[in-house]
Design a protein. Sequence first.
Length: 245
Amino acid sequence: MRIIKWMDKHLEELILSVLLSGIAVVMILQVICRYGFNYSLSWSDELARYLLVWSTFLSVSFCIKNHISIKIDQFQNMLPEDIIPWIKMLRHTLVFIFSLIMIPYTLTLLRQSVSSHATSAALRIPMYYIQSAPLVCFSLLALRTLEAWIKEFKKSSMSMLKSVFDGMKPKTLAELKAEEEKEKAEWKQLAEKELGGESDTALNARFTIESNKPDMTSSDESKGSFERYESESNYENSAERKDSK
């Protein structure tokens, strides 16, 4: 199990390290032979080219796994934070579908290479060793994209559940008092804007009445409550006029 986890985490890194090291060794050997011994290797360029082909295809899944692909995120940064995970999931879905579409074509290419019995010019190795690189590339790309999609889905689901549970969390007394003070401040600003200002006593009375204002959707009971609300409001307005006199 540990070996599988290690391979899942370091498979592309291991293969890419071997391939790039092979390219470096072959090219250094070619330079030494050409300028040191005046002898050129006929197979060095071909081997380095095929190693580069394999490393290029394998680097695609490596970039997807480590989220280091070249991308323009200007539009993504303009969106709200809650939508970004879903945008990433959509992007991973499109890449996954593209990988599944390309896999049959790579299989066809590999079959043609096997049936033709073609070999390379210098090394005389079968060409299906090189033609199998696209199939491995898109297979790993589909796997890594599916893993990235699952990770983004878990992250977005956890953030959504967290926001829901935070909304269901009971408020403390300090939070309730802060909300009440905020509503009073909003009422005071509204009074100063529309009525030219009210006294603190009238403002508190109006805030209390508006907070206890009954729901107007019910029938007889709502009418009686609304009448009591109107009488209390008229009483407070008359008290305010007496205070001003």
